[in-house]
Design a binder for this molecule. Structure first.
Ligand SMILES: [Fe+2]
Length: 464
């Protein structure tokens, strides 16, 4: 059952943070796909007061500077179009020891997104798509998706092809390079050199589809960015009116941020440095692909300041943030960001697209062209306590073939015998899924070392 607004209201603080999710599909996460929301309680007006600078002129001036900067940047984005999105060959990452070349890293840090070419071969990606289609066809009576009558996004998490993609060594190098774009203070309990697996769905969007059109949004919670004390610390500079000093790539307060205070289908319990997908198709502008805002500091500053500005400062409205839903952006409140959106450039099967956890993104309204627009959603997530706790629950569900804990509790695959199982994983796959002890080595920093120690304890692994 999809939670109604009434349920949300009355369970706001009553539920443990990781109670089982209600059944549903991807629409459960989006007000714009049919989930409803009701006005927020007055305490959000009080929250705004408590987190805003005492002098309203500070934010007003910061906002003026921000709009001027956005105007300059948007002109460049409009000139460049999709080519503004940084692009790099996977081979260049490999040749650079598993790290992005410096010039590319600088572009990604500015743009918050990247297209990586040839992470796996075209043949491999197309093979995985065919295997997945067959898996769905053979088990069609058990599987559901969105929209119900003709699914484009499937509640499928454990197909053997998804498992193979998640544990692919090149994908692991790629997510490691993405994690390494971040940094954290020495004491922070995170190992940014190591990835863990967050198991997500897949999309096989048919040509001509208009049902899976997603408006502009940001994942990783919504109200939580302002409401959770630790999450809010990521944005201290912005909330002080000094948005130019905001560092998107500082993970220090991300690792303990609570992104899912309302146990919603839209909540992600893991810290993902980047969301992403592996393309299984030839896709591109006009063909049902991803759109995003290729600026990070400016858009986060805009999103965080918007509900605190004079027109909304004394009311509970949080400009598109709703409990248990993703952060929605609208022309009403976020027109400058929406104007700066671009589609990602053409991709081929085997290419990947990644965008930061705070990047505004959307899905094109119409899947034009003649080919399906298909992806496996595979993000980058580092080793940290928060992720270890999720990994333990995800591992338990994986062993039973149940839906991963962040997603609607349909458990469609539990009775599908041919689903991927722990025994199918490679050694790397087992490590990424939290089945294998991680060694502590000499060169590790203090926080990194402690993160690994706790990881082993939480997951009950040898050497803990
Ligand atoms: Fe999203």
């Amino acid at each position: 059952m999809v939670p109604t607004p009434l349920h949300i209201k009355h369970t706001m603080f009553a539920q443990p943070p990781h109670a089982a999710k209600a059944a549903g599909d991807i629409s459960s996460a989006f007000v714009q796909l049919g989930s409803t929301a009701e006005p927020l309680p007055p305490r959000f007006a009080a929250l705004k007061q408590s987190i805003s600078p005492r002098d309203p002129a500070i934010l007003a001036l910061a906002w003026t500077r921000l709009l001027a900067q956005l105007e300059r940047e948007t002109a460049e984005i409009e000139r460049e179009g999709p080519n503004i999105v940084p692009q790099v060959d996977f081979a260049a990452i490999r040749a650079n020891g598993g790290r992005f070349p410096d010039a590319v890293a600088a572009q990604i840090r500015k743009r918050g997104c990247v297209v990586i070419r040839g992470v796996v071969s075209e043949e491999q990606a197309l093979g995985w798509k065919e295997d997945t289609k067959k898996y769905i066809a053979r088990n069609r009576n058990r599987l559901i998706g969105f929209p119900a009558q003709d699914p484009q996004v499937w509640e499928v998490y454990w197909s053997p092809a998804q498992l193979a993609a998640r544990e692919n060594p090149n994908l692991n190098v790629t997510t490691g390079a993405l994690n390494a774009l971040w940094w954290a203070e020495e004491e922070t309990l995170v190992d940014l050199e190591r990835s863990v697996t967050y198991c997500d769905r897949l999309r096989i969007r048919k040509p001509g589809d208009t049902s899976f059109a997603l408006g502009e949004h940001v994942d990783g919670g919504s109200l939580e960015r302002w409401e959770d004390d630790e999450y809010r610390k990521c944005y201290t500079k912005i909330l002080e009116g000094d948005w130019e000093a905001f560092d998107m790539w500082d993970a220090t307060h991300r690792v303990n941020a609570r992104m899912d205070l309302y146990n919603g289908a839209g909540g992600c319990s893991m810290f993902r440095t980047f969301q992403g997908w592996l393309s299984l198709s030839n896709a591109g502008p006009g063909r049902g692909t991803l759109r995003l805002c290729p600026l990070i500091r400016e858009t986060v500053a805009y999103m965080m300041m918007r509900p605190l500005l004079a027109d909304l400062a004394s009311v509970s409205d949080m400009a598109g943030a709703w409990p248990a839903r993703v952060q929605d952006l609208s022309r009403e409140y976020h027109e400058h960001i929406i104007r700066a959106m671009v589609s990602v450039p053409d991709v081929r099967p085997g290419d990947c697209v990644f965008w930061s956890c705070d990047t505004v993104h959307a899905v094109e309204g119409v899947a034009g062209g003649t080919e399906d627009a298909s992806v496996f959603y595979i993000p980058a997530a580092p080793l940290c306590e928060l992720n270890a706790n999720y990994l333990r629950k995800q591992r338990d569900e994986f062993e039973k073939g149940r839906t991963p804990p962040d997603f609607p509790g349909n458990h469609c695959e539990a009775l599908i015998e041919e689903r991927g199982k722990p025994g199918n994983l490679t050694r790397l796959g087992r490590t990424l899924m939290g089945f294998e002890h991680v060694e502590i080595s000499e060169g590790m920093g203090k926080g990194q070392r402690e993160a690994v120690r706790r990881f082993n304890v939480i997951l009950g692994l040898r050497g803990a």
